[in-house]
Design a protein around this ligand. Structure first.
Ligand SMILES: *Cc1c(COP(=O)(O)O)cnc(C)c1O
Length: 230
């Protein structure tokens, strides 16, 4: 199956999930997650109308983005080290993985004095897993407040999460619901516009859409199995 056909199939399934939950499918965008896939595959996804491209490693995006034309935004969906922040700013339009004040401050410092305002998402470790990146649900409000007060070149645009791995997508549902509740609570307390919800991957995106995802991050279902790294 081609990337275009895969995307069309995914859009149908998103539309069905929206119908089940009374949502408008226009409110759900697809981040095509192209890690391990070659630049040609990314270009196919762009041509087929993927709403965004997602990469989890700065170095990999650096190799591919110059080879992919078009205005489709690129999202960083993997952990960002402070020493790669400058490079990341040159490659990504949105950083979905801000999970600590030090990283927000580093990005702010790099953007200070310029006119660019970077949309960022808080990565939230909704499952509270010890080994996982992401701010805890308890600390998310403080991190959001830090960004609002101290980082005028960052725009808090959303929240993303990767729930604990479980082969049964229904087991992800409470985590997605928790992220939605957290985002709604924060937006109302901090008087923010509605926050994007980046949640759902190949195995559980329909459940995520039913729980309010505005961005689903889809890798294998769009591109096929991941390729061994060259
Ligand atoms: C790889 C990855 C995805 C996509 O995973 P698939 O299961 O291939 O859809 C989504 N989000 C993050 C953070 C990832 O690293």
């Amino acid at each position: 199956m081609s990337v275009a056909a895969n995307l069309a199939g995914v859009r149908e399934r998103i539309a069905a999930a929206c119908a089940r939950s009374g949502r408008d499918p226009a409110g759900v965008r697809i981040v095509a997650v192209s890690k391990t896939q070659p630049a040609e595959a990314v270009a196919e996804a762009v041509a087929a109308g993927a709403d965004a491209i997602g990469e989890n490693r700065v170095q990999e995006a650096a190799a591919k983005r110059p080879l992919v034309a078009g205005a489709t935004p690129w999202h960083l969906i993997g952990p960002l080290q402070r020493n790669k922040a400058r490079t990341a700013l040159g490659l990504f339009d949105v950083i979905e993985t801000v999970d600590r004040p030090e990283l927000a401050d580093r990005l702010e410092g790099l953007l200070a004095g310029g006119s660019r305002v970077l949309p960022v998402f808080l990565e939230v470790n909704v499952g509270g897993e010890a080994a996982k990146s992401g701010v805890t649900a308890e600390d998310a409000a403080a991190l959001a407040a830090h960004i609002l007060a101290r980082c005028p070149h960052l725009r808090l645009a959303g929240m993303m999460t990767v729930p604990p791995y479980d082969p049964d997508p229904e087991r992800s549902r409470p985590h997605f619901a928790a992220l939605r509740a957290l985002a709604a609570g924060l937006a109302s307390r901090l008087a923010l516009p509605a926050l994007e919800l980046s949640m759902g991957m190949s195995e559980d995106f329909e459940v995520a859409v039913e729980e309010g995802a505005t961005l689903v991050r889809l890798g294998r279902i769009v591109f096929g199995e991941r390729r061994p790294l060259a």
